[in-house]
Design a protein around this ligand. Structure first.
Ligand code: PRT
Ligand code: ZN
Length: 286
């Protein structure tokens, strides 16, 4: 029987929906069993396991799952024998030190001799070692942000995204020790067949990610400034230029990167471009 790739994703929580969405965008249909422990993909040689995120690195190291979608914060805290194969672009957050807002934080040295509450003892200890600081780490598994308020700790180290949890608990973020996002991890002993399925999956994921970072742009350009407008638009190879029914005008089609988008739009308008349409791209294969 042909082999399947076994993927572990979070059963429920912050990474679940984005993981499912990414699979869908990759054309992988696993609509048949989200409430079960595992589900088969209908149209891709893959089986999906739904697990707690903390357990995913262990399952992948042991080869119970071949690959997993999980946050870098979990990968580096658990420190299992797995390889990061690709960043996924969702679940972005940072692991940060925070103290009571009225404290004066003078840098990492502030933490010397202090008590730090965290669910990430391994990463916090690494940070302290890098700065040659000794402090007491108090490991707790949830609601870390209340620790300073109840006198359990002087500082905390926890995940932050918007910062509102810290703010509501009278804390301020003072130092980031890790930037994190969801990644694919893989077992180190995949068979050739499994590696080949993984390459297909990675190819699809990269196409989806590229498409998200780019927009398709259409505009009308006066022919007298066509050269200038085309030079502003790199495109995948070079922009497409088609004559408009109206004499003296052309339609120009191209692809623009999200990062340079607003800059270039301004320059295009200045060069006389009109009727600019910007359209999302679903997949992009170079
Ligand atoms: O049940 P299971 O063990 O699977 O889930 P979990 O409760 O351990 O994890 P979950 O679902 O909360 O988070 C899963 C992953 O999402 C994390 O491991 C991170 O990789 C990622 N992620 C991204 C976050 C956040 N952003 C985040 N903001 N995980 C947690 N938070 C928490 C943080 O701990 C704090 O309590 O949100 C709060 C801070 O958010 P802001 O917006 O107020 O700053
Ligand atoms: Zn968890």
């Amino acid at each position: 029987m042909a082999q399947k790739l076994r993927l572990a994703i979070q059963k429920s929580g912050r990474l679940h929906d984005d993981s499912m969405k990414l699979l869908k965008e990759c054309g992988i249909d696993i609509s048949n069993g989200v409430n079960k422990l595992k589900a088969d993909a209908n149209n891709f040689p893959m089986e999906v396991f739904f697990l707690r995120d903390d357990d995913i690195p262990q399952y992948v190291e042991d080869g119970v799952a071949d690959i997993g979608f999980v946050g870098e914060n979990v990968v580096y805290e658990k420190n299992k024998k797995v390889t990061v194969a690709e960043k996924l672009g969702f679940g972005k957050c940072r692991l940060s030190i925070a103290v009571r807002k009225e404290e004066t934080y003078t840098g990492a040295a502030y933490l010397a001799g202090k008590k730090i509450a965290t669910s990430y003892p391994v990463l916090v200890q690494q940070f302290l070692n890098q700065h040659n600081i000794s402090a007491e780490i108090h490991e707790i598994s949830g609601s870390v942000e209340i620790a300073p308020g109840i006198g359990l700790a002087d500082a905390i180290c926890d995940l932050v995204s918007s910062g509102s949890t810290l703010f509501m608990n009278g804390l301020k973020e003072t130092e980031s020790i890790l930037q994190s996002q969801a990644v694919i991890i893989k077992n180190s002993d995949l068979t050739t067949e499994q590696e080949s399925i993984l390459s297909k999956l990675l190819f699809r994921i990269q196409s989806v990610k590229k498409a998200k970072n780019n927009k398709y742009i259409l505009l009308n350009a006066p022919n007298h400034n066509l050269q200038k407008i085309v030079s502003l638009l790199p495109g995948m190879k070079s922009p497409t230029v088609l004559p408009l029914a109206e004499e003296g005008w052309s339609s120009v089609h191209s692809v623009l990167n999200e990062n340079e988008f607003w800059d270039i739009i301004e320059q295009l308008k200045d060069a006389g471009a009109q009727g600019i349409l910007v359209i999302p791209i679903e997949k992009m294969i170079l």
